[in-house]
Design a binder for this molecule. Structure first.
Ligand code: 5GP
Length: 341
């Protein structure tokens, strides 16, 4: 629908390697034909569903395809251009720095290359502001988390504000947040904004309670926080007390089977309460979606008007980790409004 494509949008929850489009995958496959990877192994098409565990297998396949600096640069630039083409005006990308012994890629070079991609897109005049969150994969444990925080801090100080925060992600069934608490607290104390995947699966209430009291600056998914799905009122109260925004990804949660159907998505619970809720893609490549499609899906599922969706996209500006850009983005939204209504 043209309205949703033209609607100016803010994307706050996008994992770099989950956002790789079909056309970029084709270019990567051509670079590495010996891997014998087909598109069915890197994406979950419409109508298909996978368990969350199977989704994490998909990321492993993509990581095999993206293992040099050249790959990272191409992937990041393509992803940024694709979000811009979809009407995203502000993008926060997140990615887990990866070391690849076989190609000599280091974690530092990994981050530097993503930053280079952001700078190149800016110089090429791509109409989008991009910021970066360094991701901690929880499966790698406390020590790696602490190293990653130090790396993120270095980059925050050396990139003129392009690195703005830290993400906690990775398989939610592995490890416990209590072990990562010192690293997360250190990140918070040095000025990195925190976006934490929380209560993505049931039975994480203890961990969520612990991590919500840091408190984080945003929550990824938060699918099982509220009492109706086995969370608790006290978790909800903590989120509300801190007014912590939620990043909500409809297609990702339905295809990954943590939510049973679109109409059952917890977007409605939080939206009806007037709580800051931001619609995001999560992994637009893997889940074969884009942000305009997610907005349209939310509107049709929950019977929201175009005006409602406009307001939702505008309010997302206040949830970004770039305070220096907020005024400029609000101005842009006001300028674009008459072209839509
Ligand atoms: P990358 O960090 O390599 O750019 O993007 C892929 C990684 O993002 C995955 O390996 C995983 O750690 C994380 N990720 C992507 N989607 C999800 C999700 O839905 N839930 C969680 N917990 N992590 C995710």
């Amino acid at each position: 629908d043209l309205f949703y494509r033209q609607l100016p949008k803010v994307e706050l929850h996008a994992h770099l390697n989950g956002s790789v489009s079909f056309s970029t995958i084709e270019k990567l496959v051509a670079r590495k034909p010996h891997l014998n990877i087909e598109h069915g192994m890197t994406a979950i098409r419409s109508g298909q569903r996978r368990t969350l565990d199977e989704c994490f297998q998909v990321f492993k396949v993509i990581h095999q395809l993206v293992d040099t600096e050249e790959d990272i640069l191409m992937v990041a630039k393509d992803v940024i251009r694709e979000f811009a083409a979809d009407g995203v005006k502000y993008l926060e990308l997140r990615s887990t720095p990866r070391k690849e012994k076989t190609t000599g890629m280091t974690k530092r070079r990994y981050v530097e290359t993503v930053i280079e991609a952001i700078r190149q897109c800016k110089n090429e005049g791509v109409d989008i502001e991009v910021r970066f969150l360094v991701a901690v994969d929880r499966r790698n444990g406390a020590e790696v988390a602490m190293e990653t925080v130090k790396l993120a801090e270095d980059f925050m100080l050396s990139t003129d504000g392009l690195v703005v925060g830290l993400d906690l992600s990775g398989d939610p069934t592995v490890g416990h947040g209590r072990d990562l608490l010192p690293a997360l607290q250190k990140a918070k104390n040095c000025g990195l904004k925190l976006s934490l995947h929380l209560s993505e699966v049931p039975s994480q209430a203890d961990e969520s309670e612990l991590l919500l009291n840091i408190p984080p600056d945003r929550i990824g998914h938060g699918t099982y926080l509220h009492p109706e799905v086995g969370g608790s009122q006290s978790l909800v109260d903590t989120v509300r007390k801190h007014n912590t925004p939620l990043e909500l990804c409809l297609t990702s949660n339905v295809k990954g089977q943590t939510v049973s159907s679109y109409s059952q998505h917890h977007f409605l619970y939080w939206y009806q309460m007037g709580h800051p809720s931001v619609i995001c893609t999560d992994d637009k490549g893997v889940f074969c979606t884009d942000l305009s499609q997610e907005y349209q899906l939310a509107a049709s599922t929950f019977n929201l008007s175009q005006e409602d969706m406009w307001t939702l996209s505008q309010k997302a500006i206040d949830c970004t980790f770039a305070p220096d850009l907020k005024q400029q983005l609000h101005q842009k939204w006001l300028e674009l409004r008459p072209t839509l209504f």
